[in-house]
Design a protein around this ligand. Structure first.
Ligand SMILES: [Zn+2]
Length: 230
């Protein structure tokens, strides 16, 4: 709310793992609202989406140590953490697929249904590892782009999640080393709202704004190590 600065979370809960993830994810956005509320101008309280999702995606990872309050058996807790970390990794090829497909769609506005199918298959195959056996699933895969709401409602808004996820993994890496320092960096960067550019916001959080294969590889290796520890 503009005057009090109180954010509200709208969510539906059905007792599943997704409820937990949604709540902590949206909780990260809520903290962002609280921290940027004291900024003088309304425009300052609007931040780049790539950084808004750093706030929320980091909170998903920071909160994992506390997920035990939701689960009453260790086996389910372990499965939940494994699934979460798998999602952290598998979101990248899916983002690449959706982004590349969307570029093709807009560059070829007069394409036919058949051309669209062929190009979707080509791009999806490019980002599907050859080791994955998808035989028998063609009927579903041929139109699986339709499950991505962003393609219909918010054109070209999807790669932001990839940029943000890199920041969230970086902050989680800091959190494993020094929790207090990581939280300090997190709150300092979120408190800046939209008063800085995206690379400056990354910098304020102690993160490298680096999209190079080498940097991404390092982050992926870190997540893989964490998966082995679950
Ligand atoms: Zn979000």
């Amino acid at each position: 709310m503009a005057e009090t600065g109180a954010p509200f979370i709208f969510m539906n809960a059905a007792g599943t793992l997704n409820d937990v993830i949604t709540m902590v994810h949206e909780g990260g956005h809520a903290i962002h609202s609280f921290l940027s509320h004291p900024l003088q101008l309304t425009g300052f309280k609007e931040y780049p989406t790539e950084f808004a999702e750093v706030a929320s995606m980091s909170m998903e990872l920071f909160s994992m140590n506390e997920w035990g309050v939701f689960f009453n058996n260790d086996e389910e807790l372990k499965r939940a953490k494994e699934l979460q970390l798998e999602r952290v990794l598998t979101i990248f090829p899916w983002i690449a697929t959706i982004d590349k497909f969307q570029h093709w769609v807009y560059e070829n506005p007069n394409h036919t249904h058949e051309e669209r199918l062929q190009n979707w298959q080509r791009i999806l195959t490019e980002f599907t590892p050859a080791s994955l056996d998808v035989s028998g699933l063609e009927a579903y895969r041929n139109y699986s782009w339709q499950r991505q709401l962003h393609l219909f409602e918010v054109p070209f808004y999807y790669i932001e999640y990839g940029i943000a996820q890199l920041g969230a993994i970086g902050l989680w890496q800091q959190f494993q080393k020094d929790k207090d320092q990581a939280l300090q960096n997190y709150t300092a960067a979120l408190s800046l709202g939209g008063t800085r550019t995206l690379p400056q916001l990354f910098e304020a959080a102690g993160l490298q704004f680096d999209l190079s294969p080498a940097h991404i590889k390092g982050l992926m290796e870190f997540v893989k190590e964490q998966m082995e520890k679950v």
